[in-house]
Design a protein around this ligand. Structure first.
Ligand code: GDP
Length: 297
């Protein structure tokens, strides 16, 4: 389960304080020491841990909390509020274009789950938003990627536009836009190339596709299980090409949760979706408050 370790530790720590009729600053200090430890162990970015602990401590030692009848429960509520804030507060919906088609660019490193997520996103768009998406296979460097997208498209009955590996990704994107116009697709999802590392050539290609297609959303797909690496990748992509949101995959296997808790603060970009499995229906909208509740039990 996601956040397993963190959930267990935080719940254990907070349980100790919940039942107390009275708490003092020393209790809060002691609790925050354990909270800090739990967050670090969950691989949360250090700066994020520090500011989180500071905010919670300041709120928790406030007069209204200390003098309340249920100070322990108030503190738990503060921790939950601040965890929610850490993950972005409000849920962040997809931005649709005023005039169709909406263009969504999928970017990310190889293996993060970009192609799978492209298929999952098409499923969400069809089922939840009644859209008629077109998927675009623009990863020409990994021939298997084109095939993979075509197979997924068949499986979910969504058309896939591909031109093999001989045309440039920019040309493929251009032709795909024409195709969408002709076929009245109201969303175009472009599956771009991934590499093993962030590199100049990849970034230039993504910038060119962005220039041409003027996407409404640029979703970075990152693997939650890579923890702080995912956060660093998000920072690089955002600085180099500008992203509008993050899709955090493999949260089903992420027992720590460091990426989920750090990305928003470090990049200031929202997590829009989370991948909870390999199947085509395993993409969920990211709800910070629900996630915080899940962590705190
Ligand atoms: P790409 O190289 O970024 O396009 O990555 P793929 O889409 O090929 O995905 C890489 C692997 O991760 C595949 O085996 C996927 O089934 C798997 N995967 C993708 N998303 C998830 C997820 O949310 N949960 C789990 N458990 N596996 C996932």
């Amino acid at each position: 389960m996601a956040f397993e370790g963190l959930a267990e530790r935080l719940q254990g720590t907070l349980n100790k304080i919940t039942g107390k009729g009275k708490i003092n600053e020393a209790d809060v200090k002691e609790m925050m020491r354990e909270v800090r430890f739990a967050l670090i162990e969950a691989d949360v970015n250090l700066k994020v841990v520090k500011s989180f602990v500071k905010t919670v401590s300041e709120r928790a030692v406030g007069q209204d909390v200390m003098k309340s009848l249920t100070p322990g429960q108030q503190v738990v509520k503060i921790v939950k509020d601040e965890l929610t804030n850490l993950m972005g507060g409000e849920q962040n919906p997809i931005q649709f274009a005023r005039k169709s088609p909406t263009v969504i660019m999928m970017v990310g490193l190889q293996g993060a789950g970009k192609t799978t997520t492209t298929g999952k996103l098409a499923t969400v768009l069809r089922k939840k938003h009644n859209k008629n998406p077109l998927l675009v296979a623009a990863d020409i460097y990994r021939p298997a990627a084109i095939q993979q997208l075509e197979t997924l498209g068949k499986q979910i009955s969504v058309p896939v536009f591909s031109m093999g590996t001989d045309q440039s990704p920019v040309e493929i994107a251009r032709r795909a836009m024409e195709e969408a116009e002709k076929e009245h697709n109201d969303v175009v999802i472009i599956d771009t190339a991934g590499r093993l590392h962030v590199d100049e050539a990849l970034m230039q290609e993504l910038k060119d596709i962005r220039e041409l297609t003027k996407p409404d959303e640029v979703f970075l797909v990152v693997d939650a299980m890579t923890g702080q690496d995912a956060v660093n990748v998000a920072k690089s992509f955002d600085e180099m090409i500008g992203i509008t949101g993050v899709v955090l995959t493999k949260l089903d296997g992420d027992t720590r949760g460091g990426a989920a808790l750090s990305i928003r603060t470090v990049t200031e970009k929202p997590i829009k979706f989370v991948g909870m499995g390999e199947k085509m229906d395993a993409l969920e909208s990211f709800h910070p408050e629900r996630m915080a509740s899940r962590i705190l039990g």
